[in-house]
Design a protein around this ligand. Structure first.
Ligand SMILES: Cc1cc2nc3c(=O)[nH]c(=O)nc-3n(C[C@H](O)[C@H](O)[C@H](O)COP(=O)(O)OP(=O)(O)OC[C@H]3O[C@@H](n4cnc5c(N)ncnc54)[C@H](O)[C@@H]3O)c2cc1C
Length: 483
């Protein structure tokens, strides 16, 4: 972007270091808190800076879910049998195409231990399972299905088990998670500086990152980080210029999931010193139609009246498919027996008809297409089958009760909440990689500043999940001075 050369300072341009620490963490959200805790507990002197007036970032306003499995204590307590391999099989199928095996493998292998670590930092979880779809908005249940594990084709690839781990509170789950992590970080002896924005990385001639230039209320401060700088500064959903350049589809989404500090500065800092950014087009795009689950008995159709997806997938998978693969133009066709208004978001109705033919005409679809789609679906649904997309039999029933309607899922009519998933490429230690796959000495990153485990195919909890997990790894590696 214009002016990005200013995000890198040569070491010769720094006359004086105002402060020297071992590890400097840029951003005090979930990834930053976990990085700071690990680095401090490993004995490093850690400074966490944040441009906001306090800690928390987007993480503190979040749903607080962590996508964890492989046999966590909570899964076991509730009788769910998971294994690292089972979790790996799901994630390799869901987080694609081209899933990041190098990150997914350790994430699955150490996921259960990571949950123990989070619990040990005081985050409480109730030993109860939430039976509803995806998000326990009004419950303090601890475990929930937060992806497409039980939907085709994933239920053929891995044993479906719930992996959404939610802190024990009805409201403000993200705040509970973050307040515990922030307290743990402060308890580990970190130092903090707020209203301090990292505006440049200082780089030595050999390419290693030496520290940061901060803009503070008292002016510019240069901080030397002897063992590493860790960028945990969030994503870029609040930067329209970056969206236009890298992820234009996300500009169609009417709700930005994040805070204004998700302006991509962390990613641009990494790029300025030679880091590579990958999957910059990727985003989590929700389709918050459910609950009510009755709507899953409807049919997703494209502009031509053809189905393209089983309607029982995770709402993030549905949103992503509509936005990226259907040009943000789709409808949910329902009949009177399955239509209920969504509980959490308003909808617009694109058309209504006493017959499918009438509805088809009203939607401007080619003659006969929607009629064929519904007739074919009904014929098989009556036998409890969905040969095209294998929707679970419990959602299968012919659409045969007029009137028929189409919920408008076009981006101009439906509010798709979205955040970015692309970012700096890291290795499993959280080291930022160049496009030659070489780590940049002294530079780490985690959370939405990076491209994490979900390059695509997000499931709820994977953002806080990978941010906390690789934040910890970055903190440990940096503190050991191996960067
Ligand atoms: C309503 C809502 C619900 C969500 N629910 C979930 C959920 O249940 N599970 C899940 O996994 N994800 C969820 N998400 C997404 C998730 O919250 C974010 O993707 C995640 O919090 C990102 O964490 P992070 O640590 O990378 O960044 P953040 O938490 O945003 O922290 C980044 C910090 O960096 C600071 N910063 C930025 N630039 C600089 C700079 N140059 N210098 C200094 N400081 C800087 C910012 O001020 C901020 O404090 C939800 C999001 C929202 C909004």
């Amino acid at each position: 972007m214009a002016g990005d050369e200013l995000l890198r300072r040569d070491e010769r341009d720094v006359r004086h270091w105002d402060e020297t620490v071992d590890v400097l963490v840029v951003g005090f959200g979930c990834a930053g808190a976990c990085a700071a805790i690990e680095a401090a507990e490993a004995g490093a002197r850690v400074l966490v800076v944040d441009r906001s007036g306090g800690p928390g970032g987007t993480s503190i306003n979040s749903g607080g879910f962590l996508y964890l499995g492989g046999g966590t204590a909570l899964q076991k307590a509730l009788g769910y049998e998971d294994s690292p391999q089972n979790m790996f099989d799901y994630m390799m199928a869901a987080c694609g195409p081209d899933p990041d095996e190098a990150l997914i493998a350790p994430y699955c292998e150490e996921s259960a231990a990571h949950f123990d670590w989070v619990v040990a930092r005081g985050v409480p979880y109730k030993e109860s399972f939430f039976p509803g779809a995806h998000e326990p908005f009004h419950s303090d249940d601890g475990l929930v299905f937060s992806g497409s594990e039980h939907a085709h084709p994933f239920n053929q690839i891995a044993r479906p088990v719930p992996r959404g781990h939610a802190p024990r509170t009805i409201r403000d789950k993200g705040a509970l998670l973050m307040n515990k992590l922030i307290a743990a970080a402060l308890g580990a002896g970190i130092e903090t500086a707020y209203q301090s924005r990292c505006d440049a990385l200082v780089q030595a001639r050999d390419g290693s990152v030496l520290g940061c230039v901060l803009t503070t209320l008292d002016g510019e401060r240069c901080v030397r980080a002897l063992r590493g700088v860790i960028l945990t500064a969030g994503g870029f959903i609040w930067n329209d210029a970056m969206l236009a350049r890298y992820a234009p589809q996300l500009l169609k989404c009417q709700a930005k999931v994040g805070t204004e500090t998700d302006d991509g500065l962390g990613i641009r800092l990494g790029l300025a010193v030679g880091g590579e950014a990958i999957r910059m087009e990727a985003g989590d795009v929700s389709l918050p139609l459910f609950p009510p689950n009755e709507l899953r008995r409807g049919l997703f159709v494209d502009r031509h009246g053809q189905r393209f997806l089983n309607e029982d997938v995770y709402f993030g998978r549905a949103g992503e498919t509509i936005l990226y693969h259907q040009g943000a133009h789709a409808y949910l066709v329902v009949d009177d027996s399955c239509f209920l208004r969504p509980e959490h978001f308003p909808i617009q109705v694109a058309g209504v008809g006493e017959t499918v033919e009438e509805l088809e005409r009203e939607l401007g679809m080619p003659e006969g297409m929607l009629q064929h789609t519904v007739a074919y679906y009904n014929e098989h649904a009556a036998r409890g089958e969905d040969p095209l997309f294998h929707k679970d039999a419990k959602w299968l029933a012919p659409l045969a009760t007029p009137p028929y309607g189409a919920i408008d899922l076009r981006a101009e009519a439906f509010v798709y909440p979205a955040f970015t998933l692309g970012g700096l490429r890291i290795d499993p230690h959280g080291r930022v990689l160049t496009n030659a796959s070489e780590p940049i000495p002294g530079l780490y990153a985690a959370g939405r500043t990076t491209s994490g485990v979900a390059k695509h195919g997000y499931s709820s909890g994977m953002s806080l999940g990978d941010g906390s997990f690789f934040g910890r790894r970055a903190g440990r590696h940096a503190a050991a001075g191996r960067g």
